[in-house]
Ligand binder design. Structure first.
Ligand code: TXA
Ligand code: MG
Length: 315
């Protein structure tokens, strides 16, 4: 059974034994392991049920630690670290030759991020070395934004969960690749916007992943167990409002329904913060389907729209 603690020292001891610890971050909870211990890294893939072809993000407490992992830190990378770290931005950089290819899934690049959560930074600092941490959910299910979500995902596993409250950002980090001879590339949208990254770099960020692979972004990622649909303003779903076995997620403006309704904020930050918790809540109920009213389609909502596309089918 998973066990929840607020003691950093217990978590550090577990990591030193090569065990995994669920670590709160400002985005989502991560399944952390000693990034320099190949056996511990292998446990992450095994416990998640994640294919070995899907690389892990290396988490650091100090931007100096990046030099242990990246073969080259460009001025663009330095500028983004200064502007956004600690925070929800992951940089994909050329990996040093000695970086374990178990971490990078065989690629010659490594993903790095400094999380902004005080418990994550305390854990990394006390442990003193980098931690790999994919989202702390079983493969293909919803990323957890509370210790309770993690405990539900790993109910049958031995896992220490470090309590860190509800994640403030609520969606996984923005991932940008900064590789020699290539333009900056967005590999995964997140709450650090493309516009804010371009403003720091003073040059455009390419939005197609091109030749750079960020595996593991399958279409059916982040899905709850129930059939899940999204619908725009043009869809008339009023005939479903009386069904008592439908769960709803509204973007502000909830309408009266017979089933279970969750109203998320009408601004992207508060919507993002609540989205995964809403999906966990509805997945828990005795419902037959989930319907999600789509937020606006514009750049401010890019990360939210990306996750909804993965979680829900269009009506
Ligand atoms: O917010 C986050 O990023 C959370 C928290 C825990 O830090 N972590 C997270 O990890 O979302 P995960 O493993 O669920 O997603 C990491 C993504 C995957 O899509 C993976 O393919 C990509 O990062 N990635 C990791 N290393 C990469 C690399 N070297 N090149 C390209 N993509 C990489
Ligand atoms: Mg994930």
């Amino acid at each position: 059974m998973a066990q929840i603690t607020d003691q950093i020292s217990l978590a550090v001891a577990a990591l030193n034994r090569g065990e995994l610890v669920a670590m709160p971050t400002e985005t989502v909870y991560g399944l952390a392991a000693d990034a320099g211990n190949e056996d511990a890294v292998a446990k992450v893939f095994a416990l998640k049920g994640r294919p070995a072809t899907n690389p892990l993000i290396v988490h650091v407490a100090d931007s100096h630690w990046v030099r242990d992992w990246a073969a080259e830190v460009s001025t663009c990378a330095e500028a983004l670290m200064t502007a956004f770290w600690p925070g929800p931005l992951t940089l994909v950089l050329p990996a040093k030759a000695e970086v374990s290819r178990a971490v990078t899934a065989g690629q010659d690049t490594v993903a790095l991020r400094m999380p902004a959560h005080p418990q994550a930074l305390a854990l990394l600092t006390d442990f003193g070395r980098a931690l790999v941490a994919p989202s702390a959910n079983k493969y293909m299910s919803i990323s957890p934004t509370s210790s309770d979500h993690v405990a539900r995902q790993f109910a049958d596993d031995e896992l220490l969960i470090l309590e860190g409250g509800n994640c403030k950002v609520g969606l996984e980090s923005t991932i940008v690749a900064l590789l020699p001879g290539d333009a900056p590339r967005l590999l995964r949208p997140g709450m650090v916007s493309v516009a804010s990254i371009e403003a720091v770099l003073g040059r455009p960020v390419v939005q197609q992943s091109g030749g750079v692979v960020a595996p593991g972004q399958h279409h059916k990622h982040y899905s709850p167990g129930l059939p899940c649909y999204r619908y725009g303003a043009e869809s008339d779903v009023s005939h479903l409002h009386q069904a008592s076995d439908i769960g709803w997620i509204f973007c502000g403006n909830a309408v009266p329904v017979a089933g279970k309704a969750i109203e998320l904020g009408a601004d992207p930050d508060s919507y993002a913060q609540g989205l995964y918790d809403a999906l966990y809540q509805l997945d828990h109920e005795t419902l037959s389907a989930i319907y999600i009213a789509e937020p606006p389609h514009n750049a401010d909502w890019q990360a939210v729209q990306n996750r909804l596309e993965r979680a829900a089918r269009p009506l």
